[in-house]
Design a protein around this ligand. Structure first.
Ligand SMILES: [Zn+2]
Ligand SMILES: [Zn+2]
Length: 380
């Protein structure tokens, strides 16, 4: 099956920055996430594709290999279990890009050594602000390679077992003559395992591992923020031939909240107030993550003023004091005025004029004095 271009998969330009790639990945991963598309085979395939593309393009070394050699530079399946060419014969190419074989979802069973640690998995977890601040337990479903039950992980069809590789005699390495030199390299036929599978298992196609979804309960500590990672040791991909399992990294991303914005341990919210309350002062009810609280607004409060509610922010996950909630009051100009209200305002305005406007509107007065001076200076 022909693979799509990784840049095309993420919908970015070839020269895209790391940041653009990350952003595109986030968008696509959310779109095709199995939690959002239950039992949708196509979305699952897309999700895998997107993850694979990101896995390569987010890693400078892998990306360089991909840019130079295309899929052949990074695809663990290109070696082929049957050994028809592949990396083994390409002058130790597999060694140079050895870590590429730890590809997350690619089913990288063709390793150089027979015992291999399973790949680490990454899971993008969306949390609401409340969940991130207070902590929670989340059930997540992750794709994972687990040992094939049908063949007990050997990759050989039931009733058969892998045989010693005839090319390398089971050593996994072969000597190749290159000009005057004899170089030792990974056996191209068994890819270093020393074993050949004559009759591959139908379930896992000789991989010894199959992909399954497993559900995990993840404890999210209070105070996490976008970008935090939670490591679950041993919850990654199964190892090969008895190797240890990889780890699972749960990557937190907090979705925007309709009321609060978060900046580190502080929370911000905007509270609209009437111009009457702003002028005369009053008591407002403002939201916090723990419920409503009363906030006293002094008289003559100007729009944009920040009121700090101590300890109503976030307790950072790495310790430290709890942050504050900053309420920014915004004076709302009244709309849909009745005739009576218009009259009253007109009357009010006249009292301002009678007093001399600078009394009630000192800012406005000094601003227009400044404007006047600016034009006077210009014309003189
Ligand atoms: Zn061999
Ligand atoms: Zn199997």
């Amino acid at each position: 099956m022909a693979k799509r271009d990784f840049y095309e998969v993420l919908g970015v330009e070839k020269g895209a920055s790391d940041k653009e790639i990350k952003k595109a990945y986030r968008r696509m991963a959310m779109k095709f996430h199995p939690d959002r598309n239950p039992d949708d085979k196509e979305a699952e395939e897309n999700f895998k594709e997107v993850n694979e593309a990101f896995e390569i393009l987010s890693d400078d070394q892998k990306r360089a290999a991909y840019d130079q050699y295309g899929h052949a530079g990074v695809d663990p399946n290109m070696g082929g279990m049957g050994g028809t060419g592949g990396f083994g014969g390409a002058g130790g190419f597999g060694d140079v890009f050895g870590d590429v074989f730890g590809d997350i979802f690619g089913g990288g069973g063709h390793s150089r050594s027979s015992v291999q640690r399973g790949a680490d998995l990454r899971y993008q977890l969306e949390l609401s602000l409340e969940e991130a601040v207070k902590g929670t337990t989340k059930k997540i479903k992750i794709p994972s390679l687990v040992g094939c039950k049908s063949c007990d992980g050997t990759g050989a069809k039931k009733g058969t077992s892998p045989v010693t590789c005839s090319t390398c005699g089971g050593v996994g390495q072969v000597r190749m003559q290159q000009g005057f030199f004899s170089v030792q390299q990974t056996c191209p036929d068994c890819h270093g395992t020393g074993k050949m599978i004559k009759d591959p298992c139908r379930e896992c196609h000789g991989e010894g591992r199959v992909q399954e979804y497993k559900t995990l309960s993840v404890k999210i500590p209070a105070g996490v923020d976008t970008g935090d990672r939670i490591r679950l040791a041993g919850e990654g991909e199964a190892g090969v031939n008895g190797g240890p399992a990889g780890d699972l990294y749960v990557q937190v991303s907090v979705v925007d909240h309709p009321i609060f914005q978060r900046d580190g341990k502080h929370l911000y919210c905007e509270v609209p107030i009437t111009f009457v309350d702003a002028a005369l002062g009053g008591e407002l009810e403002v939201p916090t993550l723990d419920g409503r609280v009363k906030l006293k607004i002094p008289k003559e409060t100007q729009t944009g003023k920040l009121f700090r509610l101590r300890d109503k922010g976030v307790t950072p996950v790495r310790g430290g004091s709890r942050g504050d909630l900053m309420c920014r009051v915004v004076v709302e100009t009244p709309v849909h005025l009745t005739e009576r209200q218009k009259e009253l305002m007109q009357e009010l305005k006249e009292t301002f004029v009678a007093e001399g406007e600078h009394r009630q509107s000192p800012k406005k007065t000094s601003f227009f004095e400044g404007v006047k001076k600016f034009f006077d200076d210009m014309s003189s």
